[in-house]
Design a protein around this ligand. Structure first.
Ligand code: NAD
Length: 246
């Protein structure tokens, strides 16, 4: 089951593209003919899954919360490709524990990667997109960012912040041919594998469609929001979650 997109001539940047949802998103863009820039801090996995010889894919081993590194990478990508039409802010981590046990580091690390990384990439790509009068930014939020989850005050705050950031930047850039949207996934990845079997069964039971998605199903939703044809959609959070958010 797959949908074909055509992103020939486009340059797509994907953060956290070494594995999971980000890998599937980057692969979808590559198959659809785009030039792809994959930003991920896991240099070893990045090199394994996207060797230097991979056609039309360039990798940048960096931490998305490092604004100077993000600025330098985006400058390099824009210079090399002549523009960046699509940016997907997907990189993420969890550092779960109840709020009264949460360390400063658990709090700041999660906020820095999700919210800080989304800010850093957006701030750097918007001028490139404005100059071209065209852009598609897709952020990755979560059900937890809308409804909360025990043990995830840091993650919920970050993902809730991403929703507010998405709507604000959508308003700020709407006059420049740029759309900014978010997806809220529910997919079987390493992040979900960290959950116990019992908890996973409980979580699956709450999904109306009765299963977690394959990460590639997230890429299909991103493809829609990244397409030229989705020009009239901005500032939305699209749940790709089997009905969980109903
Ligand atoms: N899997 C789900 O069901 C689910 C649900 C809701 C939201 N999400 C969100 O989807 C996104 C992808 O999640 P996933 O399940 O594929 O996770 P994953 O752990 O499989 O992949 C995350 C990727 O991000 C990279 N990364 C982490 N911190 C980084 C940093 N500071 N700089 C650069 N790269 C970094 C990792 O190296 C990894 O390649 C995350 O934002 C996550 O919060 C996932």
């Amino acid at each position: 089951m797959s949908i074909s997109f055509d992103f020939t001539g486009r340059t797509a940047l994907v953060t956290g593209g070494a594995q999971g949802i980000g890998f599937e998103i980057a692969s979808m863009f590559q198959r659809a003919g785009a030039r792809v820039a994959v930003l991920d801090r896991d240099e070893a996995v990045l090199g394994e899954v996207w060797p230097d010889t991979t056609e039309n894919v360039t990798t940048y081993a960096l931490d998305v919360s490092d604004t100077a590194a993000v600025d330098a990478a985006i400058g390099d990508i824009a210079h090399g490709a002549g523009g960046i039409e699509i940016a997907v802010n997907n990189a993420g981590i969890t550092r779960d524990t109840v709020v009264w046990k949460m360390t400063d580091e658990q709090w700041t690390d999660v906020l820095a990667v999700h919210l800080g990384g989304t800010f850093a990439v957006t701030r750097a790509v918007v001028p490139v997109m404005r100059a071209a009068g065209y852009g598609r930014i897709i952020n990755v939020t979560s059900y937890t960012g809308m409804h909360g989850a025990i043990g995830q005050a840091n993650y919920a705050a970050a993902k809730g912040g991403i929703i507010a950031f998405t709507k604000t930047t959508a308003k700020e850039t709407a006059g420049f041919g740029i759309t900014v949207n978010a997806i809220s996934p529910n997919a079987e990845t390493a992040m979900v594998a960290a959950v116990s079997k019992e908890r996973l069964a409980e979580m699956t039971a709450t999904v109306p469609l009765g299963r977690f998605a394959k990460p590639s199903e997230m890429a299909t939703a991103v493809g829609y929001l990244a397409a030229e044809e989705s020009a009239y959609v901005t500032g939305v959070v699209l749940p790709v979650d089997g009905g969980l958010a109903m």
